[in-house]
Write a protein that binds this ligand. Structure first.
Ligand code: IMP
Length: 198
């Protein structure tokens, strides 16, 4: 089974490819097909994930998996949420976004820095699929006061994983995939995709 991975984010791509390595699903990155990215105009994670998967399926004719994910910070009423990639403005780097987040949370004590990563993972058989598979994952943590660790991408250096007392950028890739929002959502999706009917 060949499936297109509808993301151009190298960090996500690495994680998704590792998670699917033993699934029997052959994954192709959308960068190999010069897929033009869809504008993320949805107002929810699931809407944006569907937009990305449908865009890729339409341009390639292949079944497509897409995720939309982001960080929700309780003290910011759920921001940056679906705007996580562009929190510090259009074209913001991971460092820009982290710096803005740390400024916004300055002086906030640790017990009030609760946050979570959320992921919607979608699978479309083709661009006209009216019954897509949709799976969700949530990873609870807190926002650190300063970055720690070099692994991962995005907000990983400032996301405290309470059960490990380290940042998610200090976890190895296997440990992050075992715990993360994306790992949870993709495992559920693969279970549905590979389930034998009847
Ligand atoms: P998307 O590509 O529109 O789904 O944007 C997702 C954004 O959320 C990323 O660019 C990161 O800023 C953030 N994000 C999502 N998942 C993770 C993660 O696993 N670690 C760190 N940041 C993440």
């Amino acid at each position: 089974m060949k499936v297109l991975l509808a993301t151009s984010n190298p960090g996500k791509l690495r994680e998704l490819q590792a998670l699917l390595a033993d699934s029997g699903i052959q994954v192709l990155p959308q960068t190999a097909f010069q897929v033009r990215e869809a504008p993320e105009t949805g107002l929810s994670f699931v809407e944006n994930a569907l937009l990305k998967a449908r865009n890729a399926a339409r341009q390639t004719g292949l079944p497509s998996i897409a995720d939309d994910s982001g960080l929700e910070v309780d003290a910011l009423h759920g921001a940056p949420g679906i705007y996580s990639a562009r929190y510090a403005g259009p074209g913001a780097s991971d460092a820009d976004n982290i710096n803005k987040l740390l400024r916004d949370l300055q002086y906030l004590p640790m017990e009030k820095r609760t946050a979570r990563f959320r992921c919607s993972m979608t699978y479309l058989r083709d661009a006209a699929d009216a019954a897509p598979l949709i799976c969700e994952g949530v990873w609870e943590g807190r926002i650190l006061e300063a970055p720690r660790g070099k692994n991962g991408f995005g907000y990983d250096p400032v996301f405290l994983v309470p059960e490990r007392q380290c940042s998610s950028a200090e976890l190895g890739p296997t440990d992050k995939n075992r715990l993360s929002h994306r790992g949870q959502a993709l495992r559920k999706l693969v279970a549905q995709l590979t389930a034998v009917p009847g």
